[in-house]
Write a new protein. Structure first.
Length: 176
């Protein structure tokens, strides 16, 4: 009986540490997203990296915990991009819930599935960003889709460090 309690306690501690590590990692990514990337003038568009970090965390954490991470990342993304307050909060919560469930049931937890999920996430986020401009403000769709493609292209190189950073967090929390 005592041994099973220690195992349960150790599992809870690992989950809590993993959650704390992901939250701190997302805060660091938030600082880069909000305070560094908008001022890099050599890029054709501002990369969107917070959703990529959230997808990685959701992939390793699973459905419900992934949704909570998506909620946190969505609030941070709304603050970083000064979007309407619930836009990315809702979108990333749903995306991370789906990613978490898919990683528990269908997808492996490797880089290739992560990359595919990141491309899908960036497409959904681009559509969310351009929804109001496209349907209510009458913006030119060609310009919006060109900007979405630019953002996708400049965001994808960040998948490599974000994936390995998230995977390192998981390994670290499981070792402690």
């Amino acid at each position: 009986m005592d041994k099973s309690r220690r195992i349960v306690r150790r599992t809870r501690t690992r989950r809590t540490l993993s959650f704390i590590y992901h939250a701190l990692f997302l805060l660091i990514v938030f600082v880069v997203q909000a305070l560094v990337l908008p001022y890099v003038t050599s890029l054709p568009s501002i990369p969107l990296i917070l959703p990529l970090a959230a997808v990685g965390a959701a992939m390793f954490e699973g459905g419900a915990r992934g949704a909570i991470i998506g909620l946190f990342a969505g609030v941070l993304t709304d603050m970083a991009l000064t979007q309407p307050i619930a836009q990315f909060t809702v979108v990333l919560t749903l995306i991370c819930l789906v990613v978490g469930v898919l990683s528990d049931t269908v997808f492996a937890q490797g880089f290739a599935p992560y990359f595919v999920l990141c491309v899908g996430t960036l497409v959904v986020c681009a559509f969310a960003q351009m929804f109001t401009l496209l349907f209510f403000d009458g913006a030119d769709p060609r310009w919006l889709f060109l900007e979405a493609a630019r953002q996708l292209i400049v965001s994808l190189p960040f998948t490599v460090p974000l994936y390995f950073g998230t995977r390192g967090l998981i390994k670290r929390s499981s070792e402690e």
